[in-house]
Design a protein. Structure first.
Length: 130
């Protein structure tokens, strides 16, 4: 009886593991290319500043391995970490200065405020047969 239960549990676990592997996140080619570009720009900036991987990782408060993933364009790295590292090496992300970035944030927030708070799909068909 115990052997049967263990076999069933093992089968469920194996099935879950296989399902989990099939549920891997996929990314568009554009996302992959953009992340790779950002990683290469970060690596270029680091080398232009003559910083080692360890030096930049220490400045950013991350491990050297995480920095290597960012520089390789790993899409699973946190966006905040990638932005912080880019900022440290001087890679411009949106605007060159903080005041321009703040203005853009305010402008976008104003546009968002003009749109509906929630968006619902319309289920009714439009009767356009005149």
């Amino acid at each position: 009886m115990i052997m049967v239960i263990i076999t069933v549990i093992k089968g469920i676990h194996d099935s879950y593991s296989i399902q989990k592997e099939h549920m891997a996140r996929t990314y568009t080619h554009y996302s992959k290319a953009a992340t790779l570009l950002l990683g290469k720009l970060i690596k270029l900036g680091r080398k232009q500043k003559k910083w080692t991987e360890s030096e930049l990782a220490e400045r950013a408060g991350i491990s050297r391995g995480t920095l290597q993933k960012i520089e390789k364009g790993d899409l699973k790295c946190e966006i905040g970490l990638a932005f912080e590292v880019a900022s440290l090496v001087g890679v411009p992300l949106f605007e060159a200065d903080l005041s321009s970035l703040t203005k853009d944030i305010d402008l976008i927030q104003t546009k968002i405020a003009l749109l509906p708070h929630s968006i619902r799909k319309r289920n009714q068909e439009v009767d356009d047969d005149f």
